[in-house]
Design a protein around this ligand. Structure first.
Ligand SMILES: *Cc1c(COP(=O)(O)O)cnc(C)c1O
Length: 361
């Protein structure tokens, strides 16, 4: 028996009737983009997040691009972000013609280190993207106080953290703008691509909505430069409505799986904790001496695994921008992290098998 890294078909099988009903409803409605499903999903999301404005869009990278374009109101062009979060913010910023400067991470949480923020902000900086990496809400209070009184907008990338909840509010309600991806593997996943931007600021919300539909201020009247098309379609919105009520339980189930891995792991493996609801448990990431060695041990044991992410942004050819980047903590994890199977439908014997392999390394 092999343990797959992921198996999206298992969730679909469980939810098949509801998903088929949602499909039929959309087909029968005869309306496929920005109709009743999108409107209903948006208001359900606003209620869930406790945020007054949500705008659906095509995917999580578009969400970041729209958020950054909406946030950039003057000639400042630099965005700060961490370099270990998969490159999505870098891709979005570069698509919007912006510069990226990387900030180092905290060695325990692997999220952006607030103590590195102060030195990174300069006169050209207008936004900071904080990724709630692997599902863990970053230190938003720390980042806020590091920004201090400066005019820098705080963008939360919640692609991996849908449903994470802190005493101060849900992931997505803690910054000036928040972005979501509904890629099928995410903690709230569609059956295709999807994304959203959330904000409390009506002016930012309006700009995001306008930029996502050609820069139109009214139909066919393009007044806002930088507009493009990025929308969440009715089928995806209807599937997301089926899945939204399931998210909290699913996140708790995956947190419990991470706890079992942590309990079983040999001293050579450090399982990043997902202790409470402030972690959506999107990925079960471990730090070890050699990801290559642990990877072959897992492969021999028939256990799927992956790396999130093998190459930090400042070392990606496509993102090279000639800047000097001194990111010792980020660099120290290259070749040392591995992601384990983590999805709600893992069976007890599959989890046990992963635990056994972690114990015998
Ligand atoms: C998946 C992901 C994105 C991008 O989402 P897409 O829908 O694939 O464009 C952005 N940020 C993070 C942290 C992600 O994990």
């Amino acid at each position: 028996m092999k343990v797959p890294f992921n198996a999206l078909g298992r969730a679909v099988a469980k939810q098949r009737d509801a998903l088929m009903r949602a499909t039929t409803d959309v087909l029968d409605s005869g309306w496929f983009v920005r109709g009743g499903q999108h409107a209903a999903f948006v208001s359900e999301l606003q209620a869930y997040l406790g945020v007054p404005y949500v705008i659906g869009c095509g995917n999580g990278t578009d969400a970041l691009e729209l958020a950054l374009r909406a946030a950039q109101l003057d000639s400042r062009r630099t965005v700060l972000t961490a370099a270990n979060a998969g490159g999505y913010a870098s891709t979005a910023a570069r698509a919007a013609g912006l510069r990226v400067r990387y900030v180092d991470i905290d060695p325990e949480t692997h999220t952006l280190d607030p103590s590195a923020v102060d030195a990174a902000i300069d006169d050209d900086t207008f936004a900071l993207v904080v990724t709630h990496l692997y599902g863990r809400v970053a230190d938003m209070d720390g980042v806020r106080s590091a920004i201090g009184g400066r005019d820098v907008l705080l963008v939360e990338d919640c692609a991996q953290a849908f449903g994470a909840s802190t005493p101060a509010g849900k992931a997505g309600s803690l910054g000036d703008l928040a972005t979501f991806s509904f890629y099928p593997t995410k903690t709230l996943g569609a059956l295709g691509d999807g994304g959203a931007v959330a904000t409390r600021d009506p002016a930012l919300a309006l700009r995001v909505a306008q930029l996502g539909e050609y820069g139109w201020v009214t139909k066919y009247e393009a007044a806002l430069p930088g507009g493009r098309n990025s929308r969440l379609d009715e089928l995806q919105a209807s599937y997301l409505r089926v899945r939204l009520p399931l998210v909290d339980d699913a996140n708790a189930t995956r947190r419990a799986i991470i706890a079992r891995y942590a309990e079983a792991a040999s001293p050579r493996i450090h399982v990043l904790a997902a202790a409470d609801a402030s972690h959506a448990a999107h990925l079960a990431v471990v730090v070890t001496d050699s990801a290559e060695d642990l990877g072959s041990h897992l492969t021999q044991a028939g256990i799927g695994h992956a790396v999130h992410y093998p190459v930090p942004d400042h070392r990606q050819v496509a993102f090279a921008n000639g800047g000097q980047h001194d990111l010792p903590v980020t660099d120290s994890f290259v070749g040392r992290i591995i992601s384990l199977p983590l999805f709600t439908e893992l069976t007890d014997s599959e989890i046990t098998k992963v635990c056994d392999a972690l114990a015998t390394y």
